[in-house]
Design a protein. Structure first.
Length: 396
């Protein structure tokens, strides 16, 4: 073979060799990311001499034969193999457990610290104190229970701000928690403000340290349903947890304002906006929305004809679909508006939107959550002075 042909053949072999690595990388990529993950049980309050069960079944990639190597005592030697294993620590202390996962060509390791406490140590008891506003925004007593229910009250709002929305700071109190024994103490208070998200990546979404302290302030909460978690640890290293629902209701009022009369065939309307939550996955569902309107039966002086407007309330979802209104049927009496708790000489109109109406089910009853509005509507030629409009977003 001539020298030129040998050189050409050698160059071709080198090119094929180089490309082989590229094709091999595609095969490696198809295997997926290598991730070592393990859980252990019990996850807290592990005592000296107690059997701990370890499980690496959530390691990745799936569908690939993996090997598992466990190092329980941080001596860089293999103490056990297999997807699951168990171990006992004879002495108290903090130990680092390392798992190494391999598919034969790649490997990945992860470590976790375990605290082992004395076998006779007593655990603490975590307790979040319930709390409720004494009164709602109408001055009515608020029921109490094993929850936190706080009202935000924006009273006598300006007509330039017709959005029902506000924020509040909620006090979270763990002072009723106990350490477990008279000779012990609580060394840590951790508050988890989002029980659906594992911020610290330890596999437990309910023990994150979003706030720390026996009593803390959760700021900038809007109306809605929340759940908070508390994890405490005593001086011997044992822990306990508690959770509590938080309900934030909202009320707003607009006082002493006019609404014009009907223009041609079109009623004059004033809109008020609010956010309605209905999320069953996070258990954040409004219980009801209530609009209460009061206006005089007669405006003085009355010179000619119709002196009183006829006001109604209309509710619309964020797509602009009308969900409910207060217009009477043909056989209902206009005078019915002055019954119940309505002040003498006043007309009162009330519109209640029950929880189910905010469901997103594709049924005639339901209109979905989101940005809604209630409109005060005057379909009479006469303008009208309004005494008050109250809008309440009730979450408990």
């Amino acid at each position: 073979m001539g020298a030129w042909k040998k050189a050409t053949l050698l160059a071709g072999l080198m090119m094929i060799s180089g490309l082989a690595g590229c094709f091999g990388n595609d095969d490696d990529d198809s295997k997926g990311e290598m991730v070592a993950v393990f859980t252990y049980s019990p996850a807290t309050n592990i005592r000296a001499g107690q059997t701990i069960d370890f499980d690496a079944g959530d390691s990745l990639p799936n569908g690939v034969a993996l090997t598992y190597k466990w190092d329980f005592d941080s001596d860089n030697s293999i103490d056990a193999t297999g997807r699951t294993s168990d171990y006992k620590f004879a002495e108290t202390g903090t130990y680092t457990v390392t798992l190494t996962v391999s598919d034969g060509s790649r490997s990945q390791s992860t470590s976790k610290e375990l605290t082992i406490v004395d076998a006779t140590a007593l655990p603490p008891t975590a307790e979040i104190s319930p709390d409720s506003s004494e009164e709602d925004c109408l001055g009515e007593d608020v029921n109490t229970g094993n929850y936190i229910h706080i009202w935000i009250c924006d009273l006598d709002k300006s007509q330039s701000d017709r959005t029902a929305d506000g924020e509040i700071t909620v006090q979270l109190d763990a002072s009723e928690s106990s350490s477990g024994s008279n000779d012990d103490y609580i060394s840590k208070y951790y508050w988890d403000l989002d029980l659906t998200y594992d911020a610290d990546g330890d596999g437990d979404s309910e023990n994150d340290n979003d706030l720390e302290g026996e009593t803390v302030e959760w700021k900038d909460l809007r109306h809605g349903d929340y759940e908070v978690g508390l994890t405490i640890m005593n001086g011997k290293g044992l822990s306990d947890s508690d959770t509590m629902k938080i309900h934030i209701s909202y009320g707003a009022s607009w006082l002493d304002f006019p609404i014009g009369g009907r223009q041609g065939q079109a009623p004059t309307q004033i809109s008020y906006d609010f956010l309605a939550n209905y999320n069953t996955d996070t258990d954040n569902t409004v219980k009801k929305i209530v609009g209460d309107l009061m206006y005089p039966q007669n405006d003085e002086p009355c010179y000619v004809g119709e002196c009183t407007g006829k006001l109604d309330l209309f509710a619309f979802n964020e797509e602009g679909d009308e969900a409910s209104n207060t217009t009477e049927s043909e056989d209902s009496g206009y005078e019915s508006r002055d019954g119940n708790d309505c002040d003498s000489g006043k007309y009162c109109v009330s519109l209640t939107l029950s929880s189910y109406i905010f469901n997103d089910a594709e049924q005639d009853c339901c209109y979905g959550e989101g940005e809604w509005e209630i409109k005060i509507s005057n379909n009479e030629p006469a303008g009208q002075q309004v005494d008050s409009f109250f809008l309440r977003l009730v979450y408990k």
